[in-house]
Design a protein around this ligand. Structure first.
Ligand code: FES
Ligand code: FES
Length: 156
């Protein structure tokens, strides 16, 4: 099958590469571009560990083809944690509260919360639960995660 030449911005840097039509974005990010924060979890859209921001909106990179990234801006946790105010605040709060355990879900949760707080800096507990509903966490029971996001909203 014929390869496609694509270009996109990845964490503020221009990337150009040739991909096959069936190449999955998650695999290209991790395998070819060395971006390891999006994790391979279920690999079928259920767990949210592969979450990245595409043009400011969260997507599951295991369900996206690399060709769909052409002309877009992609931000992963590696970029968000240096450029996005809410990501930085969230990471600090999660760290202070030890809100994660194994951390496998962390990049996806933090990017989902970043997207929420960029849209709605006064998000309620209900908004928070809704925003992270697609990010599965096997360790925490979610309570510390929700609390950390709530405290970030309140600036505590
Ligand atoms: S690995 Fe993409 S949703 Fe689970
Ligand atoms: S902290 Fe382990 S999966 Fe969430």
């Amino acid at each position: 099958m014929k390869n496609h030449d694509i270009k996109f911005t990845l964490n503020g840097e221009q990337v150009a590469l040739s991909v096959e039509p069936s190449d999955v974005l998650l695999d290209v990010l991790r395998g070819r571009l060395g971006i390891k924060s999006p994790k391979v979890g279920c690999d079928r859209g259920d767990c949210g560990t592969c979450t990245v921001l595409l043009n400011g909106k969260t997507i599951r990179s295991c369900l996206a083809l690399a060709v769909e990234a052409d002309g877009t801006e992609i931000v992963t946790l590696e970029g968000a944690n240096t450029t996005r105010k809410w990501t930085q605040k969230l990471q600090k709060k999660f760290h202070e509260k030890n809100a994660f355990q194994c951390g496998f879900c962390a990049p996806g949760v933090i990017l989902s919360a970043t997207e929420l707080l960029e849209k709605n800096p006064k998000a309620s507990k209900h908004d928070i639960k809704e925003a992270i509903a697609g990010n599965l966490c096997r360790c925490t029971g979610y309570e510390p995660i929700v609390e950390a996001i709530e405290e970030t909203v309140k600036g505590k």
